[in-house]
Design a protein around this ligand. Structure first.
Ligand SMILES: Cc1cc2nc3c(=O)[nH]c(=O)nc-3n(C[C@H](O)[C@H](O)[C@H](O)COP(=O)(O)O)c2cc1C
Length: 259
């Protein structure tokens, strides 16, 4: 069922681990317990993250697979206080945009969870300038989509593929122009988040920068041929990792055929 804010979400009723489960932290933590307790961590200590650890996070990100093995990742790690203050100013504004878009209710999220998330968002916005590390995950735009937009490449493609196949490709051109890059950067982002967890760091994958993409791009100095796909605030957590509440497997898994 759809409402004004989009499709209704299924109820997330299942806890990934029993309540009160002691979430393991560190490089030796069992991977399934780590995955089950990777909450978005928005309350962070201001303590700096050492440079070798930041390099380790980005190295882990580069170990992720990428389409055609292109490896067009790029990361901007912000630790400078003046830069962080510039990002904080933009951040407060985009959180406001998000609040007005989503109102006070997120479909499928019960009141208690919504209130907890709203409190955490509030805290993060107020303390954003003290975030020790923000990593912007970028990827070079050079996929099939850009080939399709170039007339010269189009002629070559028409020769190689034939007009009918090219026309079919062009119809999906928009998706082709952003999907390959997004599909390549997000596995890297997840690796980065898992590496952060191994170092006892908390983080959140965020995309609100898209509300003011040009301003974030200007502050971060990201060139036009690269997209910014995620902004990840990272730091030692004030809160604790713990079980996540998600939809049960039976709700999302279809065997052999959807229906
Ligand atoms: C694609 C994507 C975009 C997200 N964007 C944001 C964001 O802009 N701001 C934010 O605070 N959290 C963002 N999140 C985090 C989600 O809100 C979070 O994962 C979800 O609420 C579940 O929270 P939990 O893991 O603590 O249970 C994003 C997550 C994903 C996967």
């Amino acid at each position: 069922m759809a409402n004004r804010r989009g499709p209704e979400r299924a109820e997330a009723t299942e806890l990934s681990r029993p309540a009160g489960f002691e979430a393991p932290v560190g490089a030796d933590a069992p991977i399934m317990d780590v995955l089950a307790t990777m909450r978005a961590m928005r309350r962070l200590k201001p303590d700096p993250v050492p440079v070798p650890i930041i390099e380790d996070l980005v190295r882990a990100a580069t170990w992720a697979p990428s389409g055609s093995d292109a490896q067009h990742h790029a990361f901007v790690a912000v630790t400078d206080r003046d830069q962080m203050a510039r990002l904080a100013e933009l951040w407060v504004d985009v959180v406001d945009v998000y609040r007005s878009l989503m109102g006070t209710v997120v479909p499928g999220v019960d009141d208690e969870r919504h209130a907890r998330m709203a409190d955490a968002l509030e805290y993060q916005a107020e303390h954003f300038a003290d975030t020790p590390l923000v990593i912007a995950a970028c990827y070079q735009r050079s996929g099939a989509g850009s080939a399709l937009r170039s007339p010269r490449a189009g002629v070559e493609l028409a020769r190689d593929l034939g007009a009918r196949r090219l026309a079919r490709l062009a119809r999906g051109g928009l998706a082709a122009s952003s999907l390959p890059e997004a599909s390549s950067i997000y596995p890297a982002v997840q690796n980065l988040l898992l590496a952060a967890r191994a170092h006892g760091l908390g983080a959140t994958l965020t995309i609100w920068h898209l509300f003011r993409e040009a301003d974030f791009r200007r502050v971060l100095g990201v060139p036009r041929d690269h997209g910014i796909y995620a902004l990840i605030p990272i730091g030692y957590p004030l809160g604790r990792f713990g079980p996540v509440r998600r939809r049960p497997v039976d709700d999302v898994l279809h065997w052999d055929r959807w229906s």
